[in-house]
Design a protein around this ligand. Structure first.
Ligand SMILES: [Zn+2]
Length: 163
C-alpha cells in the first residue's frame, strides 16, 4: 500500500477512526458500551457517543486510546461488503447495528468489517459512508476529555486525528 494518508479526505480518515475507536471502547469498557448512540465528524475532529453505565477512569480512557492506535499501527484491513439484511443478521447478529434501528424497509445492508490480525473481527457495523481500505491510513488518534452524561447513560468521546 502506498504511503500518504493525504490521498484520502480528512473526513474519510476521521470516519474510519470512529470504527477503530469503537472496537477499543467495547474491549476496555465492556458490553455496556456496545451501542453507538451517535457519531460526528468535521475535518480531523470526530466524536463517538456510546451507551455507558458509569464514568470511565482516566486510565481506561488512556487504555482506549493506546488500543485504538495499536490497531492503526497494525494496519488492519477494512472490508466493505453488501449483503441481504436477513443474511447479515443471521451471520453476525445484532452487533452490526447502532442504538437506533435501521428502518424495516431496508432489505440490504452495507457492512464495514475491520479484520483483526488474529482473524477475528475488530469491529463490524452497518454503515453506508466512505472508508479507508486499511486502518494504517488513519494516522494517530488523540482522545480529548470525554463527557459522561449520567442522566442519559451516554459517554461522548471526542478525538482528533493527526498524520
Ligand atoms: Zn462507517
Amino acid at each position: 500500500m502506498a504511503s500518504g494518508s493525504q490521498t484520502f479526505p480528512d473526513e474519510v480518515r476521521t470516519h474510519t477512526a470512529l470504527h477503530v475507536l469503537k472496537g477499543a471502547v467495547v474491549r476496555v469498557l465492556g458490553e455496556g458500551s456496545l451501542w453507538t448512540a451517535s457519531t460526528y465528524v468535521s475535518g480531523k475532529h470526530g466524536r463517538l457517543t456510546v451507551t455507558c453505565s458509569a464514568k470511565p477512569s482516566d486510565e481506561q480512557v488512556k487504555e482506549i486510546e493506546v488500543l485504538a492506535n495499536k490497531k492503526i499501527s497494525e494496519n488492519l484491513r477494512v472490508e466493505v461488503k453488501t449483503m441481504p439484511r436477513s443474511e447479515a443478521e443471521k451471520t453476525y447478529g445484532n452487533i452490526i447495528y447502532d442504538l437506533f434501528p435501521v428502518p424495516p424497509e431496508v432489505k440490504e445492508l452495507t457492512l464495514v468489517i475491520i479484520h483483526d490480525t488474529d482473524g477475528s473481527i475488530w469491529n463490524i457495523n452497518a454503515c453506508n459512508k466512505e472508508h479507508l481500505p486499511t486502518t494504517g491510513l488513519i494516522g494517530k488518534i488523540t482522545i480529548e476529555k470525554p463527557r459522561f452524561r449520567a442522566s442519559k447513560k451516554l459517554l461522548e468521546i471526542p478525538f482528533d486525528i493527526s498524520p
